[in-house]
Unconditional design. Structure first.
Length: 102
């Protein structure tokens, strides 16, 4: 799917909700818990659970990025599903410390 900044999605297998901060340059398959994410407003009822090995969870307020690409998402509601692009898990973006002002 082609992503745009500001798009909001939710997981089909847990409570996770995300917003796109920086989209990928190409079409990607963004997943949570092994299932593709859906628009925040969609009426998908979820009775399933994350796939085995894809339930490491995510944290609200954290930004997640791909290892080698520009995709960046912000978690607005935490859940137990692992965020992935295809089969590659997203990682927590490292915070850049500000210089001290002594």
């Amino acid at each position: 799917m082609q992503l745009r900044p500001g798009q909001r999605f939710r997981s089909q297998v847990c409570e996770t909700q995300i917003i796109i901060v920086r989209p990928a340059e190409t079409d990607v398959i963004l997943k949570c818990g092994g299932s593709p994410v859906v628009d925040l407003d969609s009426d998908v009822q979820s009775d399933s659970a994350p796939q085995d090995g894809l339930a490491s969870g995510n944290e609200m307020g954290k930004r997640y990025v791909t290892k080698d690409g520009p995709l960046e998402v912000l978690v607005t509601k935490a859940g137990i599903g692992t965020l992935t692009v295809g089969d590659d898990p997203l990682i927590v973006k490292e915070v850049t410390p500000l210089p001290s002002s002594d």
